[in-house]
Design a protein around this ligand. Sequence first.
Ligand SMILES: C[S@@+](CC[C@H](N)C(=O)[O-])C[C@H]1O[C@@H](n2cnc3c(N)ncnc32)[C@H](O)[C@@H]1O
Length: 333
Amino acid sequence: MVNESTRIFNSAIGASAISASFELGLLDALNESDPFDLEKFCEERSLSHWAIGGIMQVLYRFDIVKLDAERKIANKGPEFDQVFADKGYFMWLVRGYGNLLHNLAGIVEDGNCDTNGIGRDGKFIAMSGRDYGGRYVDEHFTEVMNEEPFTVAADLGCGSAERLMGLARARPDFRGVGVEVNKGAVDLARRSIKQAGLEDRVQVVHFDVKNLVFQPEFEEVEVLFCFFMGHDLWPRPNCLNAFKSIRQAFPNLKRFLFSDTYRSDFPAPGDPPIFTLGFEFTHDMMGQYIPNIPEWEDLFDEAGWDLKGRHDLSIAYSSIFDLRPRNNGNGQS
Ligand SMILES: C[S@@+](CC[C@H](N)C(=O)[O-])C[C@H]1O[C@@H](n2cnc3c(N)ncnc32)[C@H](O)[C@@H]1O
C-alpha cells in the first residue's frame, strides 16, 4: 500500500502523461487500433520514440495501457476506456490551467488571483470542453431540448456557437441566436457559422449578458439556454439583475434551460469525483464564487423564474435547470 504522499506525487505525473498523450493523438490512435504500433506512430510524425515510450511507460504504471518490453507495441489496459472518456478533463487541468499550477505561489504572492492574472489558456479550455462536453453534456441537452417543440432558440454565452449549429444541422426549420461577450469567441463563432453555410439561420450578437436588453433578433425566441457561464454573473446582486433582465429581453420565451456546475460542499478530507476539485480550486484562484444549489434556487425564485425540473448531467455537481418565466400578474410573463 503506498502512502498518500506517494500517490499524490505519482498522480501529478500521470495527469500530465494523459493530457500529453491526448494532445499528441496517442489515445485516439490506440482507441482506433489495438494493438497499436508505437514505433510506426513516431516515425510518421517524426517524434522521439524514446520520449513517447516514456509517456507510455507512465500510462502503463496506471494500468491504462500494456506495453511490450521494447515499448514498441501498446495495447489498451483495464483503465483505458475510463481515461479515454475523461481525457478532456486532464487537458483542461494540465494545459488550460498549466500556468496557474506551475506558478501558483508566485501568482498568489503577486496578487494576480483573477481571471486574467492566472494566465489560463483559452484555446485548450475550449478544446478540452468540446471533448468532455460531447461525452457528458450533449446527450442530456438534446434530451431536455426535445421534451417540448420549438423552432427558435437563443444561447447565452454561446462560445463557439457549437450547440446552435448542432441544432441547425439537426432541424431544417431551426433558427438561433447566440449572445457572447468575448470578441474573439464572437469572431470564431461567426466564421464557423459561415463555413458551415448556416448564416441565414444562426447569428451571434456581441453583448454582455449582465446588461442584456431587447434586440430584434430576440423577438421570436421560444427557448433560451445557457451552459457553463452562470457563475460568471456572480456576485449575487449582479446575477439577480441579469436573470431579471433576461425575462424582459426575450418577450416570447417559454423555457430557459440554465445549466451550470454548482458548488459541491463535498466534505473534506476525501476524494471528490473527477473535475470537482479542479473546478472549485481554479475558480477560487480566480476570485470567482461558485454558488451551491440552494443559492441558485433562491435566486431563480427572486428573479421571477419557476423551476419546473432539474436534469443532472454526467459531469459531477452539474445540472440543467428547466426554468419558466413566472406570470407576475402585471402583464409580464
Ligand atoms: C465556459 S464557456 C461556455 C461556452 C458554451 N456555453 C459551452 O457550454 O461550451 C463560457 C462562455 O460564456 C461567455 N461569457 C462569460 N460571461 C459572459 C457575459 N457576461 N455575457 C456574455 N457571454 C459571457 C464566455 O466568453 C465564454 O464564451
